[in-house]
Design a protein around this ligand. Structure first.
Ligand SMILES: [Zn+2]
Length: 69
């Protein structure tokens, strides 16, 4: 059956997608907009860590920031 061939192709395509996703993409030296520290990240990366990403987010949206100070 041709169907079996297709399902095998789909499986390997999915594996390829996973491999590409886990593979480090074109990292370069970036500067964190929160702390100014340099770090290795993608061209789109703006923050050295998730903590600084959320910190920047809350600074931009102070009205909705949780008051757990
Ligand atoms: Zn930072």
């Amino acid at each position: 059956m041709a169907g079996e061939g297709e399902s095998t192709a789909a499986a390997s395509a999915s594996e390829l997608a996973r491999a590409l996703a886990s593979r480090p993409r074109h990292k370069q030296e970036r500067v964190c907009v929160v702390c100014g520290k340099t770090f290795q990240g993608t061209a789109k990366a703006k923050y050295c860590s998730r903590a600084h990403a959320s910190q920047a987010f809350y600074q931009r949206h102070k009205e909705t920031a949780p008051n757990d100070g």
